[in-house]
Write a protein that binds this ligand. Structure first.
Ligand SMILES: Cc1cc2nc3c(=O)[nH]c(=O)nc-3n(C[C@H](O)[C@H](O)[C@H](O)COP(=O)(O)OP(=O)(O)OC[C@H]3O[C@@H](n4cnc5c(N)ncnc54)[C@H](O)[C@@H]3O)c2cc1C
Length: 404
């Protein structure tokens, strides 16, 4: 019989413990304060950079794990501490993934380390796709990138919205239309380096949850960047555009596959919130007494907790499975990446709501973390592809049909 095990290896276990300790001792105690302040928690980001958790080397090593579990563990533990702070620290990895997926080896080597800055002076990165009129429908981007051959310069104009770290990042990776008639096949990604004239932050949004994570508009007005900032290079882009104009298959499929591969990590964050709320509610239900006994002694409460435990465990299995598939190069055939994100996201919303119910009035006030976890959980059915869009991906994958 072939060996099969889902036990973590020693490296994974010690890493999990290390990240958990940071989440428990540094992130969680700071969560309430930064949720109230609705500001980027720079002191916590600096702490994470100082210990090497927020660093290029750490992320590069974590992604090199071919089981895929390392990043899943890191995301779960960080979000268990606090999802808003976790996103403030690891929101940069979206841009990193964009550079990694589309850049040449030289671009990857030059720009990814700059997304992190250094241990003493950490920096952030942002990945800007969404626009006011192009959310789920990313083929409708209006931000234009125009090339001037004489000066080897790209000029970008447009407005991006809901951008994590938008305007406060050093590196912005911006997706823009080069040939709008081709929809998503006519788009390309660009690196906008620090202090580039014409790029500025617009409105900063006041949000329901993940309030320690900065979300803002990014305005691009005649942003001029050298030709080498086009990720993947001009030659590759021209080939791709030519293929698209002839109506041949292009690498849109590859871009979709990249999105699918990052979804289990978003699912892992939702899982972290769900687990936090489940654990908290379980302890509370054992201690809180009404009618002369602990409330958990009522099946009405105990069964709720049993359901919460089941869904948390089921989420983890979907997340780990999809994370392993993505890292090991196993092809998703049923939209497994989307399944893990949608299921874990909806589990987080449901479990945190049950936790509020179990805590009664204490669940509804800001003195306890459960109401914050519920507010934080809701974004997981919205960003990185809404639950409806995940179901679209799954439905198309399982049916092979063009479901609308
Ligand atoms: C806090 C936060 C952080 C974000 N960070 C980033 C970021 O860093 N970078 C970035 O580029 N974007 C980011 N986003 C944008 C996010 O990815 C989009 O909000 C999301 O993709 C949904 O787009 P939309 O808000 O325009 O909603 P819409 O696309 O307008 O959707 C509205 C509703 O219609 C449904 N819908 C749309 N199309 C279909 C369909 N075909 N079938 C069924 N239902 C459908 C949706 O599921 C949703 O329920 C962020 C958003 C938020 C709120």
């Amino acid at each position: 019989m072939a060996d099969f095990s889902m036990a973590l290896n020693e490296d994974q276990e010690s890493l999990q413990t290390w990240v958990h300790d940071f989440a428990e001792n540094v992130i969680r105690p700071a969560a309430h304060e930064w949720d109230e302040r609705e500001e980027t928690p720079w002191p916590i980001i600096r702490e994470a950079a100082k210990i090497g958790l927020y660093s290029f080397d750490f992320i590069a090593n974590a992604y090199a794990d071919k089981t895929g579990l390392t990043m899943a563990l890191v995301n779960e533990e960080m979000a268990w501490g606090d999802a808003g702070i976790a996103l403030a620290i690891f929101g940069s990895t979206l841009a990193v993934a964009g550079i990694f997926a589309n850049g040449t080896p030289e671009q990857i080597g030059e720009w990814i380390p700059q997304c992190f800055g250094s241990a003493d002076d950490p920096r952030l990165a942002a990945f800007a796709v969404t626009e006011p009129d192009a959310g789920s429908d990313v083929s409708a981007l209006r931000t234009r990138a125009v090339y001037d051959e004489a000066t080897d310069t790209w000029t970008l104009n447009g407005t991006k919205t809901w951008i994590t770290n938008g305007g406060i990042a050093d590196i912005h990776v911006v997706v823009a239309a080069v040939d709008p008639a081709l929809g998503s096949r006519g788009q390309a990604s660009f690196v906008i380096p620090p202090n580039t004239p014409g790029l500025r932050q617009g409105q900063k949004f006041k949000k329901m949850g993940i309030r320690a994570s900065h979300t803002a508009e990014v305005i691009l007005e005649d942003v001029k960047i050298p030709g080498r900032m086009l990720l993947g290079g001009k030659e590759k882009l021209d080939e791709r555009l030519a293929r698209a104009r002839e109506g041949r298959r292009s690498s849109t499929q590859a871009a979709m596959a990249t999105f699918e591969a990052s979804r289990p990590m978003v699912g892992a964050q939702a899982l972290g919130i769900a687990r936090a709320a489940y654990e908290y509610a379980l302890e509370y239900a054992k201690e809180r007494k009404q009618f002369g006994k602990a409330i958990i002694e009522n099946q009405g409460i105990a069964f709720k907790l049993a359901d919460m435990a089941m869904r948390v465990e089921a989420s983890r299995l979907l997340v780990w499975h999809a994370a392993w598939m993505a890292a090991s190069g196993t092809k998703f055939t049923k939209g497994e990446g989307s399944m893990s994100k949608a299921f874990a996201g909806e589990t987080a919303v449901w479990v945190t709501e049950q936790a509020i119910q179990i805590m009664g009035g204490y669940g509804y006030v800001r003195e306890y973390p459960v109401e914050r976890w519920h507010r934080d959980s809701k974004i997981y059915t919205i960003f990185e592809g809404t639950s409806e869009i995940q179901r679209l991906v799954i439905a198309r994958a399982i049916s092979g049909m063009r479901i609308q």
